[in-house]
Design a protein around this ligand. Structure first.
Ligand SMILES: NC(=O)c1ccc[n+]([C@@H]2O[C@H](COP(=O)([O-])OP(=O)(O)OC[C@H]3O[C@@H](n4cnc5c(N)ncnc54)[C@H](O)[C@@H]3O)[C@@H](O)[C@H]2O)c1
Length: 505
């Protein structure tokens, strides 16, 4: 898989390359380059004038030089000239630098669009040229039909197809990449092959996801086996880890094996722990399939399992070799799991990135951007504090209240819903201490309600408080909360009195 990240948009005139390209660039915060504009400004003449005065060869030379220059850069959004990628040598050069995407439109739509932007007269033979170009473009990997779609919608499709690659620095080792792209599971063999050429791969997933994704994934890989664990938090325990060890041994897995954790946070944590400990540690790749796992649990290296006495009491830090996020998997995710993942996204927005609180960001056609922005918060935090000694605690906003809700209700309230209520309690406590105004609390409540998350629960407040005070993060019996000082800013507050806390429960 190409490591280069340019997005190269081509298509016939009137298909919207420049309009859409600008939107993509803005949404991804990248530089936009319109090749025709650059050529015109360098030549000091319009393209028709370059053709008529200096000849086609002169234009092609300018185009070739520019394609080479742009291909040596990365993170650009490029709108090519209509004929640029017809030339095999330019297609090869630009294809290596990033993902090629072709926009298509019908003759009628092209005619209509060009008439509206009346600065582009159509030559009589344009329809023949269009037919020819459509044949030339046909084998470009990504084709987007623009019919009936707004430029924003087309931009969303491009972003999903082109994907995003982020890098996480780790305290030891080279760090790892997070690949985010719709449909990337259909190309995962390229990434795994680059990471560990020719090695044995074991895909570990749960019983629900094996028929949905696991079997297809394992069948794409050469020299791969699959193991399956039971579904659910109740199985995030040492029995399941022992089962994974057994399966790995019977498959002949050794220290050259790569273990792929395919699933939500439960699979990621359990399989990750097995990878951290089997034969003193083998390679781990995380393929998260829930929103929560994509934006939170697959990144940062914390893996582990529960004990009967409490959640996540056994664990290790195990950095993955890569995290591969296929946002298409979210299309089969139950609505409740989506909402629960959104609770963590909102948490990330509240502690560091207020743009995530904008409802425009939550639409399904912007999910690559949503995951990218939300996981970016996790990356920034874990890079600063890889072993959870300080600022990483900010990720626990709402969790002290939330974990206690889960405990008191016997885990009947799903984690994400408990966190949502916890976030509201943390906001109310912050307001009570004068750290934020009531307007901020109201805004948080309305955001969570808009997502369909609960904002309160009827519990005995003394029981609730008692459950909080056994939280492993309350060091030496002193209360410890992550509270808000603004939308996008959190801080740790310790030693609050019981009465102060009871007042918001
Ligand atoms: N390691 C960390 O840093 C970290 C951070 C946060 C949470 N966690 C852990 O994550 C776990 C929760 O993870 P979760 O919320 O992903 O729950 P989960 O792993 O239990 O997944 C939820 C359910 O959705 C199903 N599912 C997953 N992907 C699907 C898909 N694409 N389509 C259809 N169904 C799908 C699963 O089979 C499961 O039944 C908890 O154990 C928590 O402790 C870990």
């Amino acid at each position: 898989m190409s490591g280069a990240d340019n997005i190269v948009i081509t298509g016939f005139m009137g298909t919207g390359k420049s309009t859409v390209g600008k939107i993509v660039a803005r949404r991804l915060d990248r530089q936009f380059v319109d090749m025709d504009d650059v050529i015109e400004s360098r030549a000091g003449a319009t393209i028709p004038n370059i053709f008529s005065e200096r000849g086609e060869a002169a234009f092609r030379a300018l185009e070739r030089d520019l394609a080479g220059e742009l291909s040596a850069q990365s993170d650009l959004v490029i709108a090519t000239g209509g004929g640029t990628l017809v030339r095999p040598e330019l297609r090869a050069v630009m294809g290596v630098s990033g993902r090629l995407i072709c926009l298509n439109a019908s003759k009628g739509d092209i005619q209509e669009r060009l008439r509206k932007s009346n600065n582009r007269p159509l030559a009589g033979s344009w329809e023949r040229l269009l037919d020819q170009r459509q044949r030339d473009y046909a084998d470009i990997e990504h084709q987007i039909d623009t019919k009936g779609k707004s430029p924003d919608a087309v931009a969303g499709e491009i972003i999903a197809l082109a994907g995003q690659r982020l890098h996480v620095k780790t305290p030891t080792g080279p760090g790892y990449d997070i690949w985010i792209r719709r449909g990337i599971l259909n190309h995962v063999e390229d990434i795994l092959e680059d990471l560990a050429p020719g090695t044995h791969v074991v895909v570990a997933t749960n019983e629900t996801l094996a028929p949905m994704y696991g079997e297809r994934l394992a069948s794409r890989l050469e020299n791969a086996d699959m193991i399956t664990v039971p579904d659910g938090e109740a199985h995030k325990n040492l029995d399941t880890v022992a089962r994974i060890y057994d399966d790995l041994l019977s498959l002949g897995a050794d220290r050259n094996t790569t273990l792929v954790a395919l699933g939500g946070g439960v699979v990621g944590d359990t399989v990750g722990y097995a990878a951290a400990t089997y034969m003193r540690g083998i390679r781990l790749v995380q393929i998260p399939t829930t929103l929560l796992a994509m934006v939170d649990s697959s990144v940062g290296g914390k893996v582990g399992v529960d004990l009967p006495q409490g959640k996540n009491l056994i664990g290790a830090f195990k950095q993955p070799q890569a995290v591969i996020v296929d946002t298409q998997a979210l299309e089969t995710l139950p609505a409740l799991q989506w909402r629960c993942g959104m609770a963590e996204v909102i948490k990330h927005g509240l502690i560091a990135r207020p743009s995530l609180l904008d409802p425009d960001m939550w639409s399904r056609d912007r999910v690559v951007e949503l995951v990218r922005d939300a996981v970016q918060v996790k990356i920034e935090v874990v890079q600063q504090d890889p072993f959870e000694r300080g600022i990483r605690a900010h990720l626990n906003l709402g969790h002290t209240f939330g974990h206690a809700i889960e405990k008191v209700t016997g885990y009947r309230v799903p984690h994400g819903e408990a966190v949502a209520i916890g976030i509201v309690k943390a906001a109310r406590l912050s307001q009570r201490l004068g750290m934020i105004g009531v307007d901020v609390v109201d805004k948080i409540v309305s955001i969570l309600e808009a997502i369909g998350l609960p904002i309160d629960i009827a519990l005995d407040r003394h029981e609730w408080y008692a459950a909080m005070s056994t939280d492993k993060k309350w060091q030496s019996g002193k209360s410890r909360f992550i509270l808000l000082t603004a939308l996008g800013e959190a801080t740790i507050i310790e030693g609050l009195s019981k009465d102060e806390v009871l007042a918001v429960l």
